[in-house]
Design a protein around this ligand. Structure first.
Ligand code: CA
Length: 222
């Protein structure tokens, strides 16, 4: 899952970047409104964290622009403003939630998880045949035995499982699992798929299927 932070206070932006990276997110940061809007419109983010008061273009304007092309993307405002009127205005502008500065990282993380809770899961668990993946604790089990994956392996498997039964193109995988510093060689996806298959003891025709020239699809064998 990939998040864009649009925040001009460097300290807060760095703190959020590091905290969210530790929580297995791919994270990009923009430090002014113009750059933030451009990034939000040109990449396929899973969630936006937007500061209200930004140089250039305000957080409200960014959300209004992004909503025109991407009505469903979850947006959380970071704001120091806290009057009731401001809160209502913020939510009416299209944000899904807001958090007042200063805030505890754990509270923000909980709010992010609410927005990104997978629809097809029970208690945050995604299932694919004998494989269970917890989006909460980042654990993976096969037939109830825990399998230890690295952060990237986990994020890639999570993306495929969130989209179970749907084709995941190479471009969409890169967009949702890697951040903006990714260097365009998509063969890295195949390398990570091989690591995952090896650790989960799956052959190439089991559960995670290769679509030659297109990408991958996670689906239960019928
Ligand atoms: Ca600000």
């Amino acid at each position: 899952m990939r998040i864009l932070i649009i925040e001009d206070e460097k300290g807060i932006a760095n703190f959020l970047h590091d905290g969210l990276t530790e929580e297995y997110f791919a994270v990009d940061v923009a430090s002014d409104g113009k750059a933030g809007l451009q990034m939000a419109l040109s990449n396929d983010y899973d969630l936006l964290l937007v500061d209200w008061m930004l140089p250039g273009i305000s957080g409200i304007e960014i959300v209004q622009q992004v909503r025109k092309v991407n009505p469903k993307i979850p947006v959380i405002f970071l704001t120091a403003r806290d009057t009731v009127d401001d809160t209502i205005f913020g939510l009416e502008s299209g944000a899904n939630d807001y958090i007042k500065k200063p805030f505890h990282f754990s509270e923000l993380l909980a709010r992010i998880k609410v927005q990104l809770r997978p629809q097809n899961s029970e208690n945050g668990f995604l299932e694919l045949g004998p494989i269970k993946l917890s989006t909460e604790t980042h654990q993976v089990f096969k037939n109830d035995k825990e399998i230890i994956l690295t952060q990237k392996e986990f994020s890639l498997l999570e993306y495929l499982m969130r989209n179970k039964g749907r084709v995941c193109t190479r471009t969409s995988i890169i967009e949702h699992v890697w951040d903006i510093h990714f260097d365009t060689d998509t063969s890295v996806i195949d390398v990570y798929i091989n690591y995952i298959r090896k650790k989960l003891e799956l052959d190439s025709k089991e559960l995670i299927h290769t679509l030659r020239g297109v990408g991958y699809i996670a689906k239960e064998d019928s």
